[in-house]
Design a protein around this ligand. Structure first.
Ligand code: PHE
Ligand code: FE
Length: 283
């Protein structure tokens, strides 16, 4: 994700990218990736959308070790025209949007330390690459991410970045999809998290509510713990149709007159798949 006020990293290119420097990873760092990968790979079949697992295969991410971004980019480029580029940490919103609009996904290159295996403040290479990159092989999702970048540049001019950021949060990071009467995971923040991969689907605590653009843009989110509400799309094609083909300008203007909703709210008109007990959040 992006952030507003950040110091320009010394030695980075004008677009804030740096070389991944793949050869500099230590055996311990590769082993950390393998440990995280094995844990998620064992858990995700039957829980994640199948396109995610197909993406891992297409990109040969099932091989051990931290992936080389150059190799990932070569395979992705053939498939959907995307690339993966390294950045030292969070980047400003405009830089982030500009990369997405040009089909470049910015990824952190560092990997978490063993004591951070379950909790991490800044996205590392495991979250960014394992979580986000496989679905960039899917044509509709790939188009959605580019459209989001273009939409971000527009939202910036309209003073609407906060509303647009909620869309990213509740789809790209924490989205669920309805599949053959079941719910499946696709959000990167969920699929890269051992705990949330179970919680988001199986726990009685969080709400699971059908995707509605304006509703979702009104909803606050928490960055410090599991989500209190998840939003459910019908397909990536449907998500694309409900966003890329819609002019958000009038939506932002309507939102100015409306109040925000709390992360645990259930609102009139919601399509409720599961009404959460919120027991986890209260405990
Ligand atoms: N259609 C949106 C706009 O008018 C852009 C967008 C597309 C935003 C897809 C998010 C996702 O700004
Ligand atoms: Fe992320």
């Amino acid at each position: 994700m992006a952030h507003a006020e950040l110091a320009f990293p010394e030695g980075a290119a004008a677009d804030w990218t740096v070389p991944q420097d793949w050869a500099a990873y230590t055996p311990e760092e590769h082993a950390m990736w393998d440990r995280l990968f094995e844990r998620q790979a064992a858990m995700l079949p039957g829980r994640v959308v199948p396109e995610f697992l197909e993406g891992l295969d297409i990109l040969r991410m099932t091989r051990p070790g931290i992936p080389d971004f150059a190799e990932l980019s070569e395979r992705l480029m053939k498939r959907t025209g995307w690339q993966v580029v390294a950045v030292p940490g969070l980047v400003p919103d405009r830089v982030f949007f500009e990369h997405l609009a040009n089909r470049r996904f910015v990824a952190g290159r560092f990997i978490r330390k063993p004591e951070q295996i379950d909790y991490l403040q800044e996205p590392d290479v495991f979250h960014d690459v394992f979580g986000h990159v496989p679905l960039l092989t899917h044509p509709a999702f790939a188009d959605y991410m580019q459209a989001y970048g273009e939409g971000g540049l527009r939202a910036d001019h309209m003073g609407a970045i906060d509303h647009l950021a909620r869309l990213y949060w509740y789809t790209v990071e924490f989205g669920l999809m309805r599949r053959d009467g079941d719910l499946r995971l696709y959000g990167a923040g969920i699929v890269s998290s051992f705990g949330e991969s179970v919680f988001a689907l199986d726990d009685a605590s969080p709400n699971r509510i059908g995707f509605d653009l304006k509703r979702l843009m009104r909803t606050e989110y928490r960055i410090d713990d599991y989500q209190q509400s998840y939003f459910v799309i019908d397909s990536f094609e449907d998500l694309l149709a409900k966003t890329a083909d819609v002019d958000f300008g009038p939506v932002y203007r309507e939102l100015e007159g409306e109040s925000d909703l709390a992360p645990d709210a259930v609102a009139a008109g919601d399509r409720v798949y599961h009404r959460g007990t919120q027991d986890y959040a209260r405990a």
